[in-house]
Design a protein. Structure first.
Length: 159
């Protein structure tokens, strides 16, 4: 079997999906599955084949899942599970940081892609990622990433 076939079989296996389904919160299960897939796909072909042939692939995958869920230094934790994020208004830090360029910062917000612009405006209006999630139904992780990405872009352009 090739590496891709092995990974594909693993992802469709009952055991793997049962393991993922045990992880909480449920809303992060798909993200967790994707992150595990990414980690496995980054491994060399020989490593995946060797783990499969020795019967250790399931154990190895479970360890990856547990490490992602339990470690506060894992990329999964930093991307999805971190809930103690700075919830300050996005426009104010830009204006304070670049006080002399306030108009340019506001103009840059208006020049963003419509989705990014609206998310920033909603965040400015509601003040928290969770409140925007509640109002729109968009997961707060997506809102957080959009706000952070665009804040960085605006700071870069205004600087």
């Amino acid at each position: 079997m090739t590496r891709n076939e092995i990974i594909s079989d693993l992802f469709t296996s009952k055991d793997f999906n049962a393991c993922i389904k045990k992880m909480k919160p449920e809303r992060l299960q798909d993200d967790l599955k994707a992150e595990v897939g990414l980690i496995l796909c980054e491994k060399p072909d020989e490593k995946i084949i060797e783990l499969h042939e020795s019967g250790m692939l399931k154990f190895y995958t479970v360890r990856i899942i547990l490490n992602l869920m339990q470690s506060s230094s894992s990329p999964f934790y930093k991307k999805f599970r971190m809930t103690n994020v700075e919830l300050s208004n996005i426009i104010e830090p830009i204006i304070i940081e670049y006080d002399h360029r306030k108009d340019k910062a506001i103009a840059e917000i208006e020049n963003l892609y419509w989705y990014d612009r609206e998310i920033l405006k909603l965040y400015a209006e509601y003040g928290t990622y969770r409140a925007v999630e509640e109002a729109t139904g968009i997961p707060f992780e997506s809102i957080y990433k959009t706000v952070q990405k665009n804040c960085h872009l605006i700071r870069k352009k205004v600087a």
